[in-house]
Design a protein around this ligand. Structure first.
Ligand SMILES: Nc1ncnc2c1ncn2[C@@H]1O[C@H](COP(=O)(O)OP(=O)(O)OP(=O)(O)O)[C@@H](O)[C@H]1O
Ligand SMILES: [Mg+2]
Length: 290
């Protein structure tokens, strides 16, 4: 076996030394809304394939905006975004269709169709790759319905397949949304505060499920969260945003709670000496949101 120190003949590169390109790359990305709002401020970051990155930051720090740039739901004012080898910035919507099939998204409010059955909601994850209108479960090919059942079993909800989605609890709804995301066979999974509407027990179980599935499918996950403790247990890497700027970008292993909370240091809190300043700023901010 070739070692990292072994000499490689000129003009050749040992295969294991070729760095895999990141699944997602931001280069100097700035996003302005109108004149006054700088939502992303010169963000450069890479998201490695197969890893879980959590975005932390106060409300308004730019987490959702960053996520929406990954699949071109929003376009940067300047800078470049490349996802799975596709240049997203400047691309027209129709040319991003292929990319969007490989990038699934789950949301805080689940975005299920309430009166529709759970199974049909999962099937709808395939709409991007089917042609023609789909109205009713039986308009989906049998193979899609079968896979939807399998995905529901995977998230522990096979017995709810024919129940209306709006009859489920929040935690169950988010599991359905995860099954809907998976039936797309994505390479990248974006999650925008997926547990913000859930109680602590449901939050923990949805995050466990996301983590397990991400490992099984080797998914690249970028997930915004407000719960530092959950982030520390879930993420391989933490990216902290403050007023649109990356203020922390580090592996989670070895990251202390205080360092993670320092992301929340506001200008006022930064003047408040001591490592608890960030914790207090975050607690105050979260209390305001509650
Ligand atoms: N469509 C929009 N039009 C105008 N301003 C926007 C828009 N989307 C976001 N913003 C502004 O951009 C900034 C970043 O917002 P963003 O939603 O990305 O923050 P966030 O970190 O996701 O916050 P939260 O934790 O509350 O979800 C905020 O000042 C917000 O008001
Ligand atoms: Mg947000």
């Amino acid at each position: 076996m070739t070692s990292a120190h072994e000499t490689v003949p000129a003009g050749r590169t040992a295969p294991h030394l070729v760095a895999e390109p990141p699944a997602i790359r931001f280069e100097g990305v700035t996003k302005r809304f109108g004149r006054d709002t700088l939502a992303l401020d010169d963000v450069s970051a890479e998201f490695a394939a197969g890893r879980i990155t959590v975005l932390l930051g106060l409300s308004g720090s730019g987490k959702s905006t960053l996520l929406r740039h990954i699949n071109g739901l929003q376009q940067p004012t300047s800078g470049a975004v490349t996802t799975l080898g596709t240049r997203v910035d400047g691309a027209r919507d129709h040319s991003l269709k292929g990319l969007r099939r490989s990038v699934s998204m789950v949301f805080q409010h689940f975005n299920l169709v309430g009166p529709m059955s759970v199974l049909e909601n999962v099937c709808s994850g395939r709409l991007g790759s089917l042609t023609g209108p789909r109205m009713g479960l039986f308009m989906y090919p049998r193979t899609v319905r079968q896979e939807a059942m399998e995905q529901l079993a995977r998230v522990g909800l096979a017995d709810k397949a024919f129940v209306r989605a709006d009859a489920l609890s929040g935690g169950q709804k988010q599991r359905v949304a995860i099954a809907r995301a998976l039936i797309q066979h994505p390479a990248v999974l974006l999650a925008d505060e997926p547990v913000a509407s859930l109680d602590p027990v449901s939050s923990a179980s949805v995050i466990d499920l996301l983590g397990r599935i991400a490992r099984e499918e080797d998914l690249t996950v970028v997930c915004s969260l407000h719960q530092v403790e959950i982030a520390l247990g879930f993420a391989d890497r933490i990216v902290g945003l403050r007023a649109g700027r990356v203020v922390l970008d580090t592996e989670t292993a070895g990251l202390s709670r205080a360092e993670a909370y320092s992301i929340y240091d506001t200008v006022a809190a930064a003047g408040d000496a001591g490592e608890g300043a960030g914790v207090r700023a975050a607690d105050a901010a979260l209390a305001r949101e509650a």
